[in-house]
Write a protein of this length. Structure first.
Length: 257
């Protein structure tokens, strides 16, 4: 079995593959204060619940956008799985040429997603990842990572609205039936959901225009926690792939073995 781990700002998502088949996947809250032992015992409990044994894990690959947790998870893998993880970053073979001013600045999760998207769907392609931040990534027809855009995530905006105003309540992030809302809660939901649909579609539209020399962009992928909520209303997102990061980690693992 291959254990894949993606450490994000809000959640740690991880899963186990047997060959190309994803057997299980899980999502837990990211806690920068947890120790490697606390994470290790949590992973052990989850494995045990599903009848899995940590000793059956043959290798581990991980990506992280939280530098303070890199050592924590590396130590956890060594102690509880007896494997030193492959960490996506400089020195790891991704098979993708990164056309960024400084390739080291690109978040590992963005590269992992781009590798999977190009491998599965070809290029040119655009990936929109709805995480703590919303990231937009463009991959050329020849499989080069061209760059993209970053915007605050919808949850960040929702929490900022609640904490920075005196009377506006915290709301559930669901889509109201109409943009013209009749109460405060629905008005906030309308502004957030439909506002982000507009944000996503405008940026994707501009990216498609800038990619016209690469040919027609036939696939725009939505991935991440809120991809279904926003992607279902988007004019341009035509594929939701929640397993994109997992597949990217599996593919990169294969290229390094």
């Amino acid at each position: 079995m291959l254990l894949v781990i993606d450490v994000g700002n809000t959640h740690v998502v991880f899963g186990v593959y047997e060959g190309d088949k994803l057997l299980y996947d899980w999502r837990i809250a990211t806690d920068k204060h947890k120790t490697s032992d606390e994470y290790g015992l949590l992973f052990e409990q989850i494995f045990k619940y599903h009848g899995l044994c940590p000793k059956d894990v043959e290798d581990v690959i991980m990506s992280s956008v939280v530098p303070t947790l890199m050592h924590t998870f590396s130590a956890m893998c060594i102690k509880y799985f007896e494997k030193e993880p492959i960490i996506v970053g400089p020195g790891v073979r991704t098979g993708m040429n990164i056309k960024y001013d400084n390739p080291r600045e690109v978040g590992a999760d963005r590269i992992v997603n781009a590798v999977a998207a190009y491998e599965k769907y070809g290029g040119p392609i655009i990936i929109v990842d709805f995480g703590t931040a919303i990231t937009f990534c463009a991959v050329s027809r020849g499989g080069e990572y061209l760059g993209g855009a970053i915007a605050p995530g919808i949850k960040i905006s929702s929490e900022a609205l609640f904490t920075r105003t005196a009377k506006l309540p915290k709301v559930e992030l669901i889509k109201p039936d109409t943009v013209i809302a009749k109460n405060t809660v629905s008005s906030i939901q309308s502004g957030l959901i439909y506002g982000y649909i507009g944000l996503v579609d405008y940026i994707v539209e501009r990216m498609m225009e800038e990619l016209k020399d690469e040919g027609e962009v036939k696939t725009v992928i939505g991935t991440g926690g809120f991809s279904s909520l926003i992607g279902s209303e988007s004019k341009y997102i035509n594929k939701i792939d929640k397993l994109l990061t997992f597949d990217g980690l599996r593919i990169i693992y294969g290229r390094n073995k």
